[in-house]
Design a protein around this ligand. Structure first.
Ligand code: ZN
Ligand code: ZN
Length: 111
């Protein structure tokens, strides 16, 4: 086993929930049809760590049936929130936080 590549620019800042503006560059959506998901990867604007977020692709058109609570649209054409999941240690990160990152969130456009 080899360790995953480490971004040398990563900043081990204290965990802090923070909201960053729309990131218009540096995030590339990649439609992964085989796994029925969209992968968006880029550099966290807070800690500079590399983070990758998958979104499930919608599983087929069901016209007129779209729950507001379901975030899985095929390719959302509005800004979509990403949460840092750099996988790097950040001091003070809550043990039960499901996102392994620095707490930053921001939006990206997928189209
Ligand atoms: Zn980080
Ligand atoms: Zn981060």
């Amino acid at each position: 086993m080899t360790d995953p590549p480490v971004n040398p620019n990563h900043q081990p800042i204290d965990f802090e929930p923070s909201t960053h503006p729309l990131q218009t560059e540096g995030f590339t959506p990649l439609v992964d049809e085989r796994n029925r998901q969209i992968l968006v990867s880029g550099i966290c604007p807070a800690c500079q760590g590399r983070t990758e977020t998958p979104w499930p692709l919608a599983s087929g058109g069901q016209k007129g049936w779209r729950r507001h609570t379901a975030p899985q649209l095929a390719v959302p054409d509005e800004p979509t929130t990403m949460i840092c999941e750099c996988g790097r240690p950040h001091p003070n990160r809550p043990q039960d936080d499901r996102y392994e990152g620095c707490g930053a969130q921001w939006t990206v456009l997928l189209t």
